[in-house]
Design a protein around this ligand. Structure first.
Ligand SMILES: [Fe+2]
Length: 170
């Protein structure tokens, strides 16, 4: 059945489905980044958020159960575009330390996108009176906000090292 888009509930279901697809793709991306980065300082926050992202897929499934709905089959072009950007950067054959900084910052960008998406979704769920869904979405939002801080802190530190000790990054 084609997706209906006539009510705020339709919009919510569509956007929730987009995040369900986005998080599944993010699990794959974080797995890849975790293998690619060269330092433990980078791998730690990536693996931490990878575990959370796997949980979030389950929490989004709980949202759909609470709504008595199935996730819609949607394409999230942003996720594909971000992966393509990453692959284009890898083609430049960056020094490993620079790729690590790039990966951390790319992961942080993804989390910023997710924070914006979950703020909107959690707010809509509250307004619709979907208390359990709103609670789950706020829990995910909190994890995303913490992930932004953790990834950015690691990126900042490694970028500083690369700037101050260019020999190590070449
Ligand atoms: Fe996330």
């Amino acid at each position: 059945m084609p997706i209906q888009m006539h009510s705020a509930q339709d919009l919510f279901a569509y956007q929730l489905s987009c995040m369900y697809v986005f998080e599944q793709q993010n699990v794959q991306t974080l797995e890849r980044l975790s293998e690619e980065v060269t330092s433990e300082a980078a791998r730690g926050p990536i693996q931490h958020h990878l575990e959370e992202t796997r949980e979030q897929v389950g929490m989004l499934e709980q949202c759909f159960q609470a709504l008595d709905q199935e996730p819609q089959k949607v394409t999230v072009h942003a996720a594909q575009g971000l992966t393509q950007d990453h692959d284009a950067f890898v083609k430049l054959k960056p020094d490993p330390e620079l790729l690590t900084v790039y990966d951390l910052e790319a992961a942080a960008k993804v989390e910023h996108l997710e924070v914006a998406a979950y703020r909107g979704l959690a707010d809509k769920a509250s307004t619709m009176g979907q208390k359990e869904v709103a609670r789950l979405l706020r829990e995910i939002l909190k994890q995303e906000e913490d992930a932004v801080r953790e990834l950015e802190a690691a990126a900042k530190e490694l970028a500083r090292q690369a700037i101050k000790e260019p020999a190590l990054a070449s």
